[in-house]
Design a protein around this ligand. Sequence first.
Ligand SMILES: [Zn+2]
Length: 432
Amino acid sequence: MSISHLSRRAALVGGGWAMLGLPKAAGLSESALLDKTIIPTASDVCFSSRFGDPKALPIAKALGANRLDWTYSTNKDFLRQAKIFGLNVIGGTINMCPPDIPGSTRPTYLRGRQQNYRGDFIVAPWMSGEGRNWGCVNNPDFLLILLHMAQNALSAGCDYLQFDDPAGAVQSVSWGGCWCDFCRAAAKKYGLSLKNQMLDIQKRSLLDFISNFRQKLDEINGKRIIISCNNYNGDMGEPSTAFDFGICEIQEDNCSYISIKSLFNNYRKKEWMQVFTFRTGDVYLNRLLISAAHALGGSSIIPWDIYMGSGRPRFFGATEDFFDVYAQVRALGPLLSGAEEANYLPEDILTADGLNTLKRSGMETVIRSYGTLTIMHVLPSNRPTEGEIPLPFPKVPFKVNYLMSRGGRSSSHIQRMSLSSHTWSTVVMEKR
Ligand SMILES: [Zn+2]
């Protein structure tokens, strides 16, 4: 492609705003600040109905959900109903395969798409046969179409956007990468070779694209639009940090307390908020992971309508299996969302007998602080193996030392509150 051809394309894109019904970009006002009330906290109960099923709303309500995250629905009636049901914050969705014309009843996926070496469009392997070709981040048509998809969700009533497969341009490198004219031009611009440096080119193109997309979207709306990303398996590599928080799917192999805990060590350092959707149909495992995610400072999406992988039925958890866990999240409220890492170890709080009981039962403790309060969560680290007897929750089977010591100094505490669901106990203590 010649440079003059590219300039003509750029000119077409400039005029394309009106063509696609997008308002002309205006300068961002000084009051365009980040609305942090949209970013979830550990006391939020998140719910997702991907395709806007009205039957889902009473289920969300029953479990105490206060947010609707990651929905593809742009049905204004459904989104209005969701708010009536107490889902106060709604997250719409953008992804790598927006239809050419948003809301079309017979959608096509032909404009601004990635092309392989032979010039054929590229589809993700798990979407094979669906004809939903992936967009190319170097193609200006894709930028326009994605802006249109975003604007469609926002004008229907969504408060923020979730970007599914945000690393799409880089992911597709393992399937051969994009060889379209725009990617060839990008390679030239970076002084790199598509044949030998496809990954580098797509990484740089992706970051440029996200930055450009966000700037344009903010200008159109006159404010900062919050965007989360599906940082698959909780990953914090690029491009996750180009977004405001994460809502990730965790595949079944990584659904363990140990995996979740190690992710939070990293999130704490980076002040990153993470919401999880666990791709397991195992009720016990779901319960312990939900408890752990909230106790550690993150949040979770209620296990209902969960994508379990291509060709597998979605998982719809029963309300009664998760009611008590989410009731505990709501009851603890700010003691979850406002808590910080505490300066206590389990042995500072528990008697030797209590500590041994927990260890024998495969329990973990998460100790946090909130002002003068110390909060100790006790959670199973794994599902009980055959023959192993789980601790008899909700009867708390350990003794609390009210005299807690740290660094040679002791302080006296009194127990303020104790809450238990069948897999999660919390003791709240206050300094005398
Ligand atoms: Zn391309």
